[in-house]
Design a protein around this ligand. Sequence first.
Ligand code: UDP
Ligand code: MG
Length: 316
Amino acid sequence: MVDVSVVVPCFDESEVIGAFHAAVVAALEPTGTAFEICYVDDGSRDGTVERLRELARADARVRYTSFSRNFGKESAMLAGMRMSRGAAVVLMDADLQHPPELLPRMLELHQHGYDQVVAQRDRSGEGAVRKAFSRAYYRLVRRFMEVEVVDGAGDFRLLSRRAVAAVLSLPESNRFSKGLFSWIGFDTVSFRYENAARAAGASKWGGRRLLNYGIDGLLSFNSRPLRLAVHSGLWLFLSALAYALWIVANALLDGVDTPGYATLITAIVGLSGVQLATLGVIGEYVGRIYHESKRRPHYVVRETERDASGDPAADR
Ligand code: UDP
Ligand code: MG
């Protein structure tokens, strides 16, 4: 029986993985809980798998799955939750930005009956620009999304077994976990901790990647952008109608010739802009439907700890 599974997505983390492992073991061993650590190597190219093999050989509590290529953190977390066997699951990053010292506290809160325990970071270890963007983004998200997403409440959280089951029961391929965790509900408690800078290596979230992640998050949880498109279309139509009436009235009452090359061009260009933007919004959703309808698996596994220990065909 395993009390806690620690699920760790790793992408090019060979520099920190050893220190991370030692820190987690040091934090959990004194609590006397039976734990396992499920590492998911997300197609790393820097020898992270070799590190994981070594760890698994040295420590029976280590299990791992290695992907055939980089499938993204969301897929890695999914794989980790699927392989986990613990009565509770903790999701955390490998780069020591999620302090393992907090684990006992999370377990304790879980024992008080909470299904989700969220460690909420402040943004002290981050650059000013990124901080500002994150703030603005979450403000936007709060206005748009039907589920509640809190700034700083990242993926460092503990989930009870039934919460994990609920997350795993959601079949979508476009996974935005922050939204999923909020969608499943259950009693949730959160506490704050001070953000630490990365222990080694670099963040894989450049500007573009974050932007795409942000768009995904906005679109995967609601259809309000579509509603917005409908609204702007309606308003434009109404104002065009009013303007047309005004022109007609003017012509009839005052006998004014209808001047209007500039008006015409402005109207055409303006409307085309709105139409294109709207098409774009629709396209985003259609693209998502297309993506979902392919029903592809979220990842492809290259190797697990069972391959490393003995029979290589055991898992296939
Ligand atoms: N990660 C992953 N796949 C990816 C990108 C990141 O599994 O494609 C992992 C990474 O190894 C780390 C965690 O996700 O454990 C968070 O990544 P990172 O530290 O780069 O993100 P940040 O802390 O800057 O948000
Ligand atoms: Mg990080």
